[in-house]
Design a protein around this ligand. Structure first.
Ligand code: MTE
Ligand code: MOS
Length: 781
């Protein structure tokens, strides 16, 4: 039974009661921390003098690399990231020194008095230069099936092209923040804004030279993470911990918005090269793609993200002959990192763009070409990495969406509109998404929980997942409430804490509710089986004729009864009290690991995903060819979430993910100057979507009657997949631009399609200068 109970913070957010780190009440000992960072993309540090700065009144500590008691490193997987730069800086925004002071004035004063001399070195600021210099950050990856070279040669038509997908700033409303509080002896307590408290604990322990059991990390909630706090929330925690350790006082670091944008990594920009072979029907016969990721200055999660891009190169389409190559290149920019979709969007963009070109070339409706290539039936249901596609909802969704969105009727209306209007053009597109659920690093697919029942019958749930606005805690509360048969008001979910549930995986890969939900259920199953020994004799007392069997005991709405005697109920509270008197433990841990998944990176083969989530969208846009402005007129979405645990929250995720994706494909543009300074580092130059950008007509439907086998309450993950529904906006814009030249010319298109891009493309087509660089047709006729 799904229920639309409120997000646990809904009312608290509106009243301002929700506590974020910056709202936490600390004592008068609290110091503020700030990071002094590099102003050069690549330079040697010739001199660093903090003596004058240290004398500023109110300054308690200024730390540099040599003051780190433990290891000077904060790389999450590969240890290639210094916590504070020692001799050399490799990007603008890299931390060099840390300041702790009583107030902001003292910090700013001290910052000005730090003396530094650099010897500027040559920097690499784009993918092309990194490729030319062969700056691979790790060995290339490959996934291959069939004979892509031969199949390409024998294909009737072949397109060759390039596609650039730009990066994306996370723009979580709460910037990177941490509060570190020293305890007795070496103890360190961290209030972190981190998707990965366990890794925050590990890195704080490393930089301080402590054991993990001396560091406790707690995450109440984040004001958004979106992948940006999967690894990079650790940095600010490590810096705050260093200052707290040095001053023996609580220290809070809360990055300014502009500093956050300058210092932290973003979605990876990709330069992708492809070749696609197809026949008259639009059937894809061969596909070769090479992804080139801008990793930034260190590895961070680049290789896992690249892997997911490669595993999503197919999106929803069967590719009989395919070669997927992945390269990640080192540049002098902040290390790029996880962002909703985790490489999936970069992988999917290329094939969606290619399919659109095929359709335009064959003068077919792109939806027909898509339908033609969907994974369908044996033998066309194996991904390039060998996983079989089961419970495919693509056709069901397509049939529904084509009707509910009135796609073909509107396509005709658009044609008429475009004939009648010289300067305004409309376009429409349908795009699907198939997204693999599970961490592709298989061991991460595990979770833990701790469930306590108190003697008044109330329940406290703790689990390894973190709350970042996605509603995970609310869903976990619902799982506990339904599994234990108590009403939701009896259940509370407490802050994620490394001392309650240890060794957790990050809350990422959309798997939060899947894995933590199962762990919560496991803990409850254990407690229930203990309670049964207490319950059954009590039920037998009420029932003189037969004996109650375990299978017949029902826990429901704060009562327990034998399903054959529903009239005779015992209150849950009474059983709990009795259990306590009978010396039965009312607390248990729970554990879960996802069964049956693995991936062989060498071979590029395996079953990396427990299942796939599906979605489909249709968007219609109008562009103004005189200004380049676009308006999103209407979007229809159908999305698959299995049996929803909370349809209200799921709908929120679908809408939010779509809108965030829309920002990436349209207005959000990262630009750097020639020295590697991010020019778009504040909300006035970096345009994220606002309420006005949400489509005027926005119809979101959750696909009905598609229970997902083997997951918690037959639900599906929902956090990331809807992001990729936004490709329909991007391709609708392309369709509208193409209408400027009556679809005779192929727009040379990049992502994002900013107003500037739209204007310039429309202008070029108007002037009848055909561009082909984005998709050279290797004509075989
Ligand atoms: N929704 C909100 N409101 N805020 C967020 O930070 N992060 C997204 C998604 N939805 C995010 C969000 C990302 S990147 C992921 S991986 C998932 O939520 C993580 O949570 P889940 O696994 O519980 O879905
Ligand atoms: Mo989400 S990008 O997996 O944190």
């Amino acid at each position: 039974m799904s229920e639309n109970i409120y997000h646990d913070s809904a009312i608290k957010h509106i009243t301002g009661e929700s506590v974020y780190i910056d709202d936490m009440l600390v004592n008068e000992q609290l110091l503020l921390g700030k990071v002094y960072f590099s102003r050069h993309a690549h330079a040697k540090i010739k001199k660093l003098n903090i003596k004058k700065a240290l004398k500023v009144k109110g300054v308690h500590a200024i730390l540099t690399a040599k003051d780190i008691p433990g290891e000077n490193q904060m790389g999450p997987i590969v240890h290639d990231e210094q916590c504070l730069a020692e001799k050399e800086v490799t990007f603008i925004g890299q931390a060099i020194a840390l300041i702790a002071a009583e107030n902001a004035e003292a910090i700013f004063e001290a910052e000005k008095l730090i003396e530094i001399e650099y010897e500027v070195l040559e920097s690499v600021l784009d993918i092309e230069t990194a490729i030319a210099k062969n700056q691979l950050i790790a060995p290339p990856r490959k996934i291959e099936r069939g004979s892509p070279d031969e199949a390409m040669k024998s294909s009737p038509h072949v397109f060759k092209g390039e596609l650039r997908t730009n990066g994306q700033e996370h723009w979580y409303l709460e910037t990177q923040t941490a509060l570190a509080m020293p305890g007795e002896g070496k103890e360190m307590m961290i209030h972190a804004s981190s998707q990965n408290p366990t890794e925050t604990q590990a890195i704080v322990a490393e930089v301080l030279g402590l054991q993990k059991n001396e560091v406790e990390v707690e995450v109440k909630r984040m004001g958004g993470g979106f992948g940006g706090k999967e690894t990079q929330g650790n940095h600010v925690a490590a810096w705050a911990a260093l200052l707290a350790n040095a001053t023996k006082r609580p220290v809070k670091i809360h990055l300014f918005r502009d500093d956050d944008q300058i210092m932290t990594g973003k979605r990876h920009r990709y330069l992708s090269k492809y070749e696609i072979g197809f026949n008259e029907k639009g059937q894809i016969l061969a596909y070769k793609v090479e992804f080139n990721a801008d990793a930034g200055s260190s590895t961070d999660l680049s290789m896992s993200i690249l892997e997911r891009a490669m595993l999503h190169a197919d999106n929803a389409y069967f590719l009989p002959n395919v070669r997927i190559i992945g390269n990640a290149w080192k540049t002098n920019l902040p290390s790029n990192t996880a962002y909703r979709g985790f490489g999936g969007p970069q992988g999917i963009a290329v094939i969606e763009n290619a399919i659109d070109k095929i359709a335009r070339f064959l003068k077919k409706d792109p939806t027909e070409v898509r339908l033609q290539n969907f994974y369908n039936q044996e033998p066309n249901i194996y991904t390039p990495y060998g996983q079989k596609i089961e419970n495919n909802h693509l056709f069901k969704m397509y049939d529904k969406l084509i009707v509910s969105s009135e796609y073909f009727k509107r396509r005709k209306e658009i044609e008429i509109f475009n004939k009648e209007n010289e300067f305004s053009k409309r376009g429409i597109a349908l795009t699907p998404v198939k997204f693999g659920i599970s961490f592709t690093t298989s061991f991460l697919n595990q979770a833990g929980a701790l469930v306590n029942i108190y003697t008044d019958g109330t329940v406290l749930v703790n689990h390894g997942g973190t709350e970042m606005g996605q509603g995970l805690h609310t869903k976990m509360l619902q799982v506990a409430s339904s599994e234990l048969g108590v009403t939701p008001d009896r259940v509370k979910v407490s802050a994620t804490n490394t001392s309650k549930v240890p060794n957790t995986s990050p809350t990422a890969a959309s798997s939060g509710s899947d894995i933590n939900g199962m762990a919560v259920k496991n803990a409850i199953d254990i407690i229930k089986s203990r309670l049964l020994d207490v319950v059954i004799p009590e039920l037998d007392k009420l029932n003189s004729t037969t004996e109650t069997s375990k299978e017949n005991v029902v826990f429901e709405k704060n009562f327990i009864y034998d399903k054959e005697l529903p009239g005779k109920k015992i209150a849950f509270d009474d059983i709990v009290k009795l259990a306590h008197f009978k010396q039965v433990s009312l607390s248990s841990t729970g554990y879960y690991r996802t069964p049956g998944i693995y991936f062989d990176r060498e071979k590029g083969q395996g079953i990396p995903f427990f299942y796939f989530s599906y979605g489909m969208s249709v968007s219609e846009v109008e562009i103004d060819t005189l200004t380049g402005q676009h308006k999103l007129l209407r979007t229809d979405i159908i999305h698959d979430v299995g049996d929803s645990i909370n349809p209200g929250i799921d709908k929120g995720q679908i809408e939010g993910g779509f809108v965030q994706g829309m920002g990436w494909v349209t207005t959000e543009e990262l630009k750097w100057d020639k020295k590697g300074n991010l020019i778009t580092h504040s909300p006035d130059t970096y345009k994220i979507p606002t309420v006005n950008d949400i489509p005027k007509i926005f119809k979101v439907e959750i696909l009905n009657d598609v229970p997902n086998p083997g997951t918690i309450r037959r639900s599906k993950a929902v956090g990331e997949p809807p992001f990729m529904l936004a490709f329909s906006v991007w391709l609708a814009i392309k369709d509208a631009i193409s209408a400027v030249g009556n679809h005779h010319f192929e727009p040379d298109f990049s992502l994002p399609a900013t107003y500037e891009v739209i204007l310039l493309e429309a202008e070029k087509i108007k002037k009848n200068k055909k561009q082909v660089s984005a998709g050279i047709l290797v004509s075989k006729q």
